[in-house]
Design a protein around this ligand. Structure first.
Ligand code: MOS
Length: 764
């Protein structure tokens, strides 16, 4: 997810953790809570049904909302009949563009990125239809059933305009250069086409990936109310509470502090739980109805309203010398994007740092389609980009007669091929070595269609996964210390991935406290900080903020401790924390407890707030998480049915902060990658641009029986240039997985499927 999504201006703070200078002392400590498989702190609440999600919160006098959606791709509403809906039982209000409160357009976070999550289109402000599925009416009623029924009675007549709804057709009309995070999606060095033509070994193929929809288990929904003092309070499922509050304040013309967004529990985000029209519509309806409103989108509503991963068509052409060294690497292609949408699928991003190649040409062209905005979806760019490139590497390995792992090792870059920066940490070869040994790669036959067990062809494949390290300026964290423990406040997010647990472990080690003595408060826009759960960077971002606050705390404690303390006069860098107190780093016996310092200063508590440095580390190093993915598949010789029978992910993501929650993150990413490889596909009616399979019955995702035992291992080599030595783990699991499966399918049956998903019909 994007750096481009950051919204609030973050002032350049005094350096508190200087990227790349002294490694965080925690990196050197192996004995604490960090790294341990601590169970999720929110787990018991969820298991007991006591965690209340956004659309489970009941407010007094609350009414229920439902949406009616446009059924054309583009045009104008010429007649909108709401009379039947208004007369239906229990209906409180029908809101359309005619009576909706006048709203500002969603503000532009950064001019080139537009609104980060989707688009900046006006919301129920005019008679224009801009995509098939756009909300045209909000019905508010006494019960959900009444609202749903009444919404079904809203009818519209349209004046349709010609629309580009099919990717292929739109592409034939031309394209324009893409950019991502304010950088052109284009890189070039040398004459790659010429090098390709002259290469000893060559592959040149086109790979296509379909539209994908977000399918978090928790549907998108919120409960909201306008309070007596004019505060708009939103209980939401959000990956960005601070940004959401900021944006809603501008849309409704309110002071920033008049919007409060809370989101303590999120049932899956994956890039989809941003700000979409439904939050704005619910708040507007609540204002008009003068009642609290709950709007929970049904699954179909999520498909109509919440953007997904864009289609791509990618060419990968590789040229190599007789030893398999790349002389040409071409990765170019097209992605679909509605005009108002924020982001093209940046599929070349992982390729920039993947391989040392003589000449390189990378390019993303944008094709404009009239449809629902596309958006971030777990490893946008990397998930589909690695599918194309890592399949092509496998194809080259076969042409060159070199083992695919060996081919990759021969092309390992010693510095970033595009930026020229050194890698902050890259142990991909080690990840391959560990993974290959564990997976039994030596049992793979290089010749496809050579292993059969009964009705099943068996194949093995591998691929490299990668995801960039990001750290967004996450703003401040606040620490309050008492004799009993500490409270850490930061407007961060827990979407089920274990962020709060890992943050608690790290804070406990940092403060020298038991995790039970730490209270980590998050998911509330009134807390300090602007951290966003995206780009696999939240934990690093929280970490940097906590490091900053902790240093401020230590400085404050030294001041309070005065001249009589064993730590008198020490600088923060010379101190460390143990046993609920401070000691000198070079002499642990020179120690004073927090309780003693506070008591002597006659203070019940101290509170500090501090902001970390900007993410300068990203300018000095090429920073990425890496993985080596291994798949074994079985393809039924009679039916073409594909079963993934084994999978192993070998990760190099810096230091792992919680081995239990990290393993789940890796597995979850891999499972999502299995869906990308074999199942997921949003299907459009090409005539109308309407999504035809807006349900889990027809949009297929892996279920338990589709998922084999997934083994995950990691190098656990700390990155010296990140807070806590950790790089991101949230998105990398999906990357490389599609290609590992596709390469295994090829090894099983000898057929290359370059068009996702790999369904059985494509093998027959
Ligand atoms: Mo993500 S696609 O950065 O939530």
């Amino acid at each position: 997810l994007a750096m481009g999504a950051l919204a609030k201006a973050v002032a350049l703070a005094p350096d508190s953790w200087i990227p790349g200078s002294t490694p965080d002392p925690l990196i050197r400590r192996r004995s604490g809570h960090t790294g341990k498989p601590m169970s999720r702190l929110d787990g018991p609440l969820k298991v007991a049904g006591q965690a209340r999600f956004a659309a489970e919160i009941a407010l007094p006098g609350m009414a229920y909302a439902a949406l009616a959606h446009a059924t054309i791709a583009k045009g104008r509403i010429t007649a909108l009949d709401t009379a039947a809906a208004e007369a239906a039982p229990g209906v409180v209000l029908v809101m359309t563009y005619r009576n909706a409160p006048r709203l500002q357009r969603p503000p532009v976070f950064m001019s080139s990125a537009k609104a980060a999550w989707g688009d900046d289109l006006p919301i129920l402000q005019d008679d224009q239809v801009r995509w098939n599925g756009q909300p045209i009416a909000v019905v508010v009623a006494e019960t959900q059933e009444q609202a749903d029924h009444a919404a079904s009675l809203v009818t519209a007549i349209y004046a349709e305009e010609p629309a580009a709804t099919a990717f292929a057709e739109a592409k034939s009309k031309g394209s324009s250069p893409g950019s991502f995070m304010m950088q052109p999606l284009h890189n070039e060095s040398g004459d790659a086409e010429k090098a390709l033509a002259a290469a000893h070994f060559r592959v040149d193929a086109t790979y296509t990936t379909p539209r994908h929809n977000h399918n978090a288990i928790e549907l998108h929904g919120l409960t909201c109310a306008w309070e007596a003092d004019g505060t708009l309070r939103i209980h939401d499922a959000s990956q960005m509470v601070a940004h959401e509050a900021w944006t809603l304040a501008r849309i409704f013309g309110l002071a920033e502090e008049k919007v409060v967004v809370t989101s303590p529990f999120v049932g899956g985000g994956f890039g989809g739980k941003g700000l979409w029209q439904h939050q704005v519509l619910a708040a507007a309806a609540a204002k008009l109805a003068e009642r609290p409103v709950r709007l929970l989108l049904p699954r179909e509503g999520v498909y109509r309203l919440v953007g997904g991963r864009a289609q791509t068509e990618q060419r990968v052409a590789l040229g190599a010398d007789a030893n398999g060294r790349l002389t040409a690497l071409i990765h170019t292609g097209f992605t679909a994007k509605p005009p108002a949408s924020a982001m093209p699928e940046p599929f070349i991003v992982p390729t920039r740092s993947a391989y040392a190649a003589g000449a390189m040409l990378l390019d993303v062209q944008v094709v404009e389609v009239d449809g629902l905005s596309n958006t971030f979806m777990r490893a946008p760019g990397e998930a589909v980009g690695t599918f194309a490139v890592e399949c092509a590497i496998d194809e080259l390995a076969e042409v060159a007669g070199i083992d695919p792992i060996e081919l990759r090792i021969r092309n390992e870059p010693d510095k970033d091929p595009v930026s020229g920066l050194p890698f902050s940490g890259r142990n991909l070869v080690e990840a391959y070595r560990l993974g290959a040994e564990r997976f039994g790669w030596d049992r793979r036959s290089p010749a496809p269609r050579s292993r059969r067990e009964g009705e099943w062809w068996v194949g093995m494949g591998c691929a490299t996964g990668t995801y960039p390290y990001y750290r967004m300026p996450g703003g401040a964290a606040r620490i309050t210390l008492t004799a009993e423990g500490a409270t850490v406040d930061i407007a961060a997010h827990e979407m089920g991935m274990g962020t709060a647990t890992a943050a608690t472990q790290v804070a406990a080690d940092r403060l020298g406290l038991d995790p039970a003595a730490i209270t980590f408060n998050y998911g509330d826009s009134t807390l300090p900080g602007t951290v966003m759960a995206g780009g696999s960077q939240q934990t690093a971002s929280i970490g940097a903020s906590v490091v900053a606050a902790h240093r401020a705390l230590v400085a404050e404690l030294v001041k309070l401790a005065g001249n009589d303390s064993p730590i008198a006069g020490a600088k923060p860098d010379e101190l460390s924390c143990r046993d609920a107190g401070l000691c000198r780093a070079d002499n642990e016996a020179a120690y004073e407890s927090y309780a003693s310092i506070l008591a002597r200063a006659n203070r019940p508590s101290i509170t500090v707030e501090a902001t970390p440095s900007m993410p300068f580390e990203m300018m000095h190093w090429s920073m990425h998480s890496h993985s080596a993915m291994f798949a074994e598949v079985r393809v039924n010789a009679v039916t073409g049915e594909i079963r993934v029978s084994r999978f192993l992910g070998s990760f190099d993501c810096g230091r792992i902060l919680n081995s239990k929650t990290a393993a789940s993150q890796f597995r979850g990413g891999i499972i999502m990658g299995l869906g990308l490889a074999l199942m997921e596909e949003t299907q459009f009616d090409a005539r109308t641009g309407r999504i035809m399979n807006p349900s889990l019955a027809e949009y297929h995702l892996p279920v338990h029986l589709d998922v084999p035992d997934i083994e995950v291992i990691w190098t656990d080599i700390p990155d010296p240039h990140t807070p806590m030595g950790a790089r991101g783990i949230g998105e990398i699991g999906i990357t490389g997985t599609g290609a590992a499966v596709a390469n295994a399918v090829y090894n099983a049956v000898g057929k290359r499927v370059r068009d996702l998903p790999i369904t059985l019909d494509k093998l027959l």
